[in-house]
Design a protein around this ligand. Structure first.
Ligand code: HEC
Length: 130
């Protein structure tokens, strides 16, 4: 009798191990899937905080050297502005034209950005205010 109980115990243990294995397998698949494909706003976040160094002047919710991202997006939403056109110097500043000379220092760097990267920056800036 004791032998049977032991056997059932062992089987139970084996089964529980198996189901755990399956779970961790599924997890690693989703993590793998995420790291290979960045969404536009995820790429934008990387550029905003990395290559673009935008964060040095633009905080998300409070003014620093430049206006906060929230304040800028509010105006862009209201006036139906075009961030990509602004970043390409194809559109005039609508947020704070008085300090535009400070923002202007970034256009040399922004010229090295592809359209895809500029669109990603735009997607990220819109994504943080929603
Ligand atoms: C050296 C500081 C500085 C950095 C770095 C900087 N900005 Fe700015 N930015 C400003 C200032 C100041 C303004 C306000 C003047 C203006 O409205 O153009 C501004 C304004 C803006 C505006 C609103 C433009 C408008 O219509 O008035 C956008 C959009 C913007 N920045 C995006 C960016 C992005 C994207 C980056 C990173 C590639 C960046 N900025 C980096 C200082 C900076």
């Amino acid at each position: 009798m004791q032998k049977y109980i032991l056997l059932i115990g062992v089987i139970g243990l084996l089964l529980s191990c198996k189901s755990q294995e399956k779970k961790s397998d599924e997890q690693s698949v989703t993590i793998g899937g995420k790291s290979t494909e960045l969404s536009a706003s995820e790429l934008g976040k990387k550029l905003f905080n990395g290559k673009g160094k935008c964060y040095t002047c633009h905080k998300l919710d409070k003014k620093s050297i430049g206006p906060s991202v929230q304040a800028m997006m509010k105006i862009y939403n209201e006036q139906n502005g075009d961030i990509v056109a602004f970043l390409k110097q194809e559109a005039d500043p609508i947020v704070d034209p008085e300090t535009y000379t400070v923002m202007k220092t970034n256009f040399a760097l922004l010229k090295t950005f592809s359209d895809k990267e500029l669109e990603a920056l735009e997607a990220y800036m819109y994504s943080v205010v929603e």
